[in-house]
Design a protein around this ligand. Structure first.
Ligand SMILES: Cc1cc2nc3c(=O)[nH]c(=O)nc-3n(C[C@H](O)[C@H](O)[C@H](O)COP(=O)(O)O)c2cc1C
Length: 318
């Protein structure tokens, strides 16, 4: 399928190195947070994962979830999860025609039970036949560049073997979460394994897992030789990381960015969006003096005015 020619270029090739990407985080990487991270130089912005099956059944909520601002979210990638090739065919056509992001990503790493039970997410790493079928269907239904996100391994299948099995397919980039499925979200990140993938994959490689500071970015790039990194939890409450800066120590600097984030949310979702912002607020105040008291207040925020009051009180009490 051909869409708008402008959109069909392989943007991955044009990015400066190292590539710093905001990794997909369900419930967090909404348009407001992506826009904020872009202001701090995040070069690639992943959506929250969206169900190919939900899009197949014309879910308006799912379509709403992946909308974006073309001007403020350059290099936006929509991530799909699922296991039914026919659902991917339609989902990908919808995304290509109605959303027109810079790229489409296939989730081969999600460890959530409900996702694994439907044969999706990290379960795809153990089902090469199905994964190949899904990738072929995606490629046949879009001209947007395809990337995949995978884990270090699932059982006997590791990232290198998996990518070798897919090497004839036109995958432009991969983000490798250096933990196995068994490692969940806290196991050891295997940087050597990411490094060893290079002979098996010709496109862009992004290393992911446990990157929380600019020093981590440098260390991971050096050890893996990857083209860039995907930053997930390390970017929560911490957009500064994309500018290779430490998270500020002083409250007023952090609070200013909290308000920037809140204003973006209000603009995009109205005042009701402030409730969704609560989970971000908790990350922003992590480690600050008086954080536990602040957290208790912030999880009750309903309006921008509430938020401003809480932050002002906190500054005045020091
Ligand atoms: C709350 C949460 C939501 C996530 N949602 C997604 C998702 O939608 N798609 C995906 O591929 N990975 C998802 N991940 C995995 C992250 O993208 C990333 O691979 C993982 O957290 C390791 O990176 P980190 O150590 O920088 O957090 C999620 C992780 C967390 C903690």
């Amino acid at each position: 399928m051909k869409s708008n020619n402008l959109m069909s270029k392989n943007f991955w090739k044009e990015l400066r190195r190292p590539i710093l990407a905001l990794a997909p985080l369900a419930g967090f990487t909404d348009s407001a947070y992506r826009q904020l991270c872009a202001r701090y130089s995040a070069q690639v912005l992943y959506s929250e994962m969206v169900s190919a099956t939900a899009l197949f059944y014309d879910s308006k909520e799912s379509l709403e979830l992946i909308k974006f601002n073309r001007r403020l979210e350059k290099n936006y990638v929509v991530q799909l999860f699922g296991s039914n090739p026919a659902h991917f065919a339609k989902a990908v056509r919808i995304i290509t025609q109605k959303v027109r992001p810079a790229g489409i990503d296939l989730n081969c790493g999600c460890p959530v039970k409900k996702v694994l039970q439907q044969g999706a997410g990290a379960a795809l790493m153990k089902d090469i036949k199905r994964t190949r079928e899904i990738i072929k269907v995606i490629l046949a239904n879009t001209d947007l560049p395809l990337s995949i996100k995978l884990r270090a391994g699932n059982g006997q299948m590791d990232a290198s073997k998996f990518l070798k099995e897919l090497s004839d397919l036109d995958i432009k980039a991969v983000m490798i979460h250096g933990r196995t499925l068994a490692g969940g979200f806290s196991g050891e990140v295997d940087l050597e394994l990411i490094k060893n993938v290079r002979p098996y994959f010709k496109g862009v490689i992004l290393a992911n897992g446990g990157i929380n500071t600019p020093a981590d970015i440098k260390r991971v790039l050096k050890t893996t030789g990857a083209d860039g990194v995907g930053i997930a939890r390390g970017a929560l409450g911490n957009p500064w990381i994309f500018s290779l800066k430490e998270r500020p120590k002083n409250k007023s600097e952090i609070f200013k960015v909290i308000l920037d984030n809140a204003k973006l949310v209000k603009k995009l979702k109205g005042e009701a969006g402030l409730i969704e912002l609560r989970k971000h607020l908790v990350w922003y105040v992590n480690g600050l003096a008086g954080a536990s008291h602040l957290r208790a207040e912030l999880v009750k925020v309903k309006t921008l005015k509430d938020l401003k009051n809480i932050l002002n009180n906190s500054l005045n009490n020091k």
